[in-house]
Design a protein around this ligand. Structure first.
Ligand code: SAM
Length: 236
C-alpha cells in the first residue's frame, strides 16, 4: 500500500506535474494567506489534483478561489473552505471521519490523506458514482462513499472522531451530535438561514453538552434531509 506520508508520492495521478504550480499558487495565495498553517493539510492540498474533480469544461478554473458547479445544482466547495474544515478537524491519522455531502469527492479525497478512514455520504446517486470513480482512479482506497440522507449520519459506524457537513443546515442535526466522540471529536457545520450561514465547530464536554464555536459567515448549498431542509426549501 502507498505510504501517504512519503513526500515523493509515487502513485500515478497524484500530484501531476502539469498542474503542480497551480496547486502551489493556490496554497500560497488562498490558504497560507488566510491562516491555513497545518503542514499536513497544506500537503494534502498540494498533492490532490483538483482539476479531476470538476467537469471538463471547468478544468481551467479548477484552482479558482471559489466554488464551481458540478452538475445537479451542486458545487465543489471553495478550496479555502475545504482547508478550513480539514484544519478544524485535525490531522491525527488514526481517526475515522464522516463527511456529509460527497459532491465531487474532492473534500473526502483531502480528508483521506489526513485520517485512517473516511465515510462520505451523498444523497444524489450520479454525484456519488462519479466521486467513487475519481477516488478509484487516484488509488484512494480508504474512502467509503455511501448513498443516503446524511442528516441521519451513519449510526452503524459511529462514534466518529470528526464530522464535517459540506451543505448548509438550518440547525445542528441532532443525530450527528449523537455520533460524535465526546471531548476530542469535532463537528464542523455551516448553520443558519438558506442564504447566509455561520460556520460552527462543535465539541461535546464530559457531560455531553455541546460547546459551540462560531467562526465566520459563509454560504453553502442546502443540506436536504430529515434534519435539514425539505427539497422545496422549507426547514424539515
Ligand atoms: N464536499 C463536496 C466536494 O468536495 O465537492 C462539496 C459538496 S456540495 C457543496 C454539498 C453536497 O451535499 C451536494 O453534493 C449535495 O447533494 C449534498 N447533500 C445535501 N444534502 C445532503 C444530505 N442530506 N445527505 C447527503 N448529502 C447531501
Amino acid at each position: 500500500m502507498t505510504n501517504w506520508h512519503d513526500r515523493t508520492n509515487p502513485t500515478p495521478g497524484i500530484d501531476p506535474e502539469s498542474t503542480r504550480w497551480q496547486r502551489q499558487e493556490m496554497i500560497r495565495h488562498q490558504l497560507q494567506a488566510r491562516a491555513i498553517t497545518d503542514p499536513e493539510v497544506l500537503h494534502a492540498m498540494t498533492i490532490i489534483p483538483r482539476e479531476l474533480f470538476v467537469p471538463r469544461e471547468y478544468a481551467e478554473q479548477a484552482y479558482a478561489d471559489g466554488p464551481i458547479p458540478i452538475g445537479e445544482g451542486q458545487t465543489i466547495s471553495q478550496p479555502y473552505m475545504v482547508a478550513v474544515m480539514a484544519q478544524l478537524l485535525g490531522t491525527d491519522h488514526s481517526r475515522t471521519l464522516l463527511e456529509i455531502g460527497t459532491g465531487s469527492g474532492y473534500g473526502a479525497a483531502i480528508l483521506s490523506r489526513l485520517a485512517k478512514r473516511v465515510i462520505s455520504l451523498e444523497r444524489i446517486p450520479s454525484l456519488l458514482d462519479q466521486a467513487r470513480q475519481r477516488w478509484r482512479h487516484l488509488g484512494l482506497d480508504n474512502i467509503d462513499g455511501l448513498l443516503g440522507d446524511g442528516t441521519l449520519g451513519c449510526p452503524e459506524q459511529a462514534p466518529f472522531d470528526g464530522i464535517c457537513v459540506t451543505a448548509a443546515a438550518p440547525r445542528i442535526p441532532i443525530p450527528l451530535l449523537q455520533q460524535l466522540k465526546p471531548i476530542s471529536g469535532r463537528l464542523v457545520v455551516p448553520v443558519g438561514p438558506r442564504f447566509a450561514q455561520i460556520l460552527q465547530c462543535i465539541q461535546l464536554d464530559n457531560e455531553g453538552n455541546s460547546v459551540v464555536t462560531s467562526l465566520f459567515d459563509c454560504v453553502f448549498v442546502p443540506l436536504i434531509g430529515h434534519h435539514g431542509w425539505m427539497p422545496g426549501g422549507r426547514s424539515a
